[in-house]
Design a protein around this ligand. Structure first.
Ligand SMILES: [Zn+2]
Length: 197
């Protein structure tokens, strides 16, 4: 399964002129995950940005007119990797047509977005459809970081589960040492990510 749920944007109808102020709303609405690659932000929060689904500009000219530049329904919580790779790509060149002839994008808040991708047991994202393949290349979803972050996330959950289990069962020296190691490991991964790895 590519992702467990489809993000839902809250209903903000007012003009959110300072869209950067909505970073936290987006973080909550997207449940701390990049809309495009589904990477969790725990390990790289400073690398998370706000993407305009329909690009603001194309070919150095203003492009977005059907929604204002600051319409909340056009904002996507996005990791820097996806945001940078997506840039102002919009193959139809028509704001009302997000994708055409299997080229272009699907809004990540649409259930149909998940249908375009799958995830291997290794954590690697793979495309399932032609449109998925186009997006996969356009947003460089093949980058190894997506696999690495997915696996760190799994390990993090595993360590939490072990901690819970140990609370209810007597721990010997070996288990307490293992747990100490896991805690240290988590701490160092966090330190590494706040250092901007
Ligand atoms: Zn991403």
């Amino acid at each position: 399964m590519f992702r467990e749920y489809t993000p839902k944007r809250r209903n903000i109808t007012t003009d959110v002129s300072a869209y950067r102020k909505h970073r936290n709303d987006l973080k909550i609405d997207y449940k701390n995950r990049c809309g495009y690659c589904n990477d969790i932000d725990t390990w790289r929060f400073i690398w998370f940005e706000i993407d305009h689904f329909i690009p603001k500009t194309r070919n150095k000219k203003p492009f977005l007119t059907i929604k204002t530049e600051t319409d909340y329904s056009n904002l996507v919580y996005s990791c820097r990797s996806c945001n940078n790779a997506k840039r102002n790509k919009w193959p139809s060149n028509n704001q009302n047509i997000p994708n055409i002839n299997n080229k272009g994008f699907i809004d990540p808040c649409d259930d149909n977005y998940s249908e375009q991708f799958d995830r291997l047991d290794s954590g690697r994202i793979i495309p399932k459809t032609e449109l998925g393949e186009w997006m996969y290349n356009a947003m460089k979803l093949y980058k190894p970081q997506h696999e690495i972050i997915w696996n760190i996330d799994l390990l993090d959950k595993l360590i939490d589960e072990i901690e819970e289990l140990l609370k209810s069962s007597p721990s010997d020296e070996l288990t307490s040492r293992l747990l100490k190691g896991y805690r240290e490991f988590k701490k160092y991964v966090k330190d590494l990510s706040s250092a901007g790895f």
